[in-house]
Write a protein that binds this ligand. Structure first.
Ligand SMILES: *[C@@H]1O[C@H](CO)[C@@H](O)[C@H](O)[C@H]1NC(C)=O
Ligand SMILES: *[C@@H]1O[C@H](CO)[C@@H](O)[C@H](O)[C@H]1NC(C)=O
Ligand SMILES: *[C@@H]1O[C@H](CO)[C@@H](O)[C@H](O)[C@H]1NC(C)=O
Length: 211
């Protein structure tokens, strides 16, 4: 009886650290977020995400709509130099980046389910993982073999703190076609460093979400 009970427990104890996306990849992320920040804000956007782990950089660019107002955003994270550049309406702000590059799913991520999406010849094997860090529950759905993100859902598990972010990925390719996306734009050369909170509309820079 005991081993029957233990078997599923062992499955859920598998760590997510072994789940690491390719060394360089890019794709589109559709994002919807509800963030409480004095008032509740609804953000949605379409973002291009470019990652090169060897270079230690992640660049996200696109357009977000915050409570219906649209703004173009570019976020450049240079993990080797520990700097994040936020370019917003033609202004560039530098911030210190504390976190390590999210090379793989975070420590203590547990496998919830081996399942699939689609059906028949269009069936794709996926793994669902869950991680609870810093009062946030993050659910990752990734392809089973290459750990390519499909959906990431971040939700607060602290009462009265409302955060819910959903990222849906598509059009992912391995490699980065145009390496100049990692160049620091001229307007950032003289940017001042502002160490305020992470942009609540996009995501927190310290949440290790591999986008
Ligand atoms: C992972 O779990 C271990 C043991 O429960 C704990 O000591 C450690 O702080 C956890 N790490 C994170 C990042 O939560
Ligand atoms: C995350 O996964 C856990 C475990 O399967 C589940 O209980 C929870 O409802 C999921 N959360 C979301 C927001 O999907
Ligand atoms: C990633 O960066 C490394 C180091 O600069 C470079 O050698 C490599 O070609 C890059 N990979 C891609 C796919 O751009």
């Amino acid at each position: 009886m005991l081993h029957i009970l233990l078997a599923p427990l062992l499955v859920t104890m598998v760590m997510g650290e072994g789940c690491c996306p390719p060394d360089a990849w890019e794709g589109v992320a559709f994002m919807v977020a509800s963030v409480q920040n004095k008032a509740t804000h609804l953000t949605k956007g379409v973002l291009m995400s470019h990652t090169n782990f060897t270079l230690g950089m992640i660049v996200i660019e696109g357009e977000v709509h915050v409570d219906g107002l649209s703004k173009k955003v570019i976020e450049i994270k240079d993990y080797n130099k520990k700097i994040k550049y936020d370019i917003n309406d033609g202004r560039c702000i530098k911030k210190t980046l504390q976190s390590k590059i999210p090379r793989c799913l975070p420590e203590n991520t547990t496998l919830v389910e081996n399942t699939y999406i689609g059906t028949g010849t269009e069936k794709v094997a996926v793994k669902m993982y869950r991680s609870d860090v810093g009062g946030l529950e993050t659910n990752f759905t990734v392809t089973a073999n290459e750990c390519i993100p499909i959906v990431v859902i971040v939700s607060s598990i602290i009462p009265n703190s409302e955060v819910m972010r959903v990222y849906e990925y598509s059009g992912i390719t391995v490699g980065v076609k145009d390496p100049s996306v990692f160049d620091i734009p001229a307007i950032c050369q003289k940017a001042v460093t502002m160490d305020c909170d992470a942009d609540p509309f996009l995501h927190d820079s310290d949440t290790n979400i591999p986008i």
